[in-house]
Design a protein around this ligand. Structure first.
Ligand code: CA
Ligand code: CA
Ligand code: CA
Length: 248
């Protein structure tokens, strides 16, 4: 046997590792978020004082790479969701000592600064889903991903959610990097009709929806962080890790 040939024991170890990696990729998500119905639609103004938001307990994002809880409350991210007959709503609270972004136009690369993100997959094809980002300046990036491993950003970003509405409130001073900010909130409305695609003609509360929430945060003097509801361990574009959105 030449030194370049693997010993059977080594092959077995590599094979086992490969299988374990496959299992990790395909593990059904334990993450479920339940959207609560509201007959009174929240007002999209970035304020959490709508009655429905008062009735919902948020989910909390974790450190995406390590999968750990965020210990420091001043850095935590909370997300709520609800729906009415036509629309899905989301509310993010991002605790943040340093709120900034340089982008001013739709579909610019918001992920290079600070942003919250929602990935929504409404059809049976894991490779196709909508990516939505909102910056602290209330700029939107929206795209329709068709190949998570090979994303053509200019092309996928041509997709626009026609009826999306967003609002941001900054509690602090946007882009003044040297003072101490508190938090920023993002309120988002997405019509169900905007989520239909070539694989699914109509999206309703009967649709099996897979979803994940993320946030990118970078503060003066601190390490750049990424947060996720269902942590992916690395890049965000891993649909196998998306959680489930259910309706009640
Ligand atoms: Ca509101
Ligand atoms: Ca920040
Ligand atoms: Ca777009």
């Amino acid at each position: 046997m030449s030194s370049r040939q693997m010993k059977p024991k080594n092959l077995l170890i590599i094979g086992t590792l490969f299988l374990l990696m496959q299992c990790a990729e395909n593990k059904p998500s334990e993450y479920t978020i339940e959207a609560k119905f509201t007959s009174e639609s929240p007002i999209i103004d970035g304020l959490e004082n709508d009655l429905i938001w008062q009735q919902i307990t948020p989910v909390v994002l974790k450190e995406n790479r390590a999968g750990n809880d965020v210990q420091e409350s001043g850095l935590q991210t909370h997300v709520k969701t609800c729906y009415d007959d036509s629309t899905l709503y989301f509310f993010f609270v991002c605790n943040d000592p340093d709120i900034w972004t340089s982008f001013t136009q739709r579909d610019e690369h918001l992920w290079e600064n600070e942003a919250v993100e929602i990935f929504i997959d409404v059809d049976d094809v894991p490779e196709t889903y909508v990516e939505i980002e909102v910056s602290p300046a209330n700029i939107i990036f929206d795209s329709y991903i068709v190949d998570p491993l090979n994303i053509d950003v200019p092309k996928t970003a041509l997709f626009n959610l026609k009826g999306i509405r967003t609002a941001v409130v900054v509690s602090g001073t946007l882009n003044e990097r040297d003072d101490q900010d508190d938090h920023w909130t993002v309120e988002i409305a997405i019509p169900f009709a905007d989520l239909a695609n070539e694989n699914i003609k109509e999206v309703t509360t009967a649709t099996e929806i897979r979803i994940n929430f993320y946030r990118l945060d970078e503060n003066q003097g601190m390490e750049r962080m990424s947060y996720a509801w269902s942590p992916t361990g690395g890049r965000f574009h891993k649909p196998a890790y998306f959680g489930n959105l259910t309706f009640k």
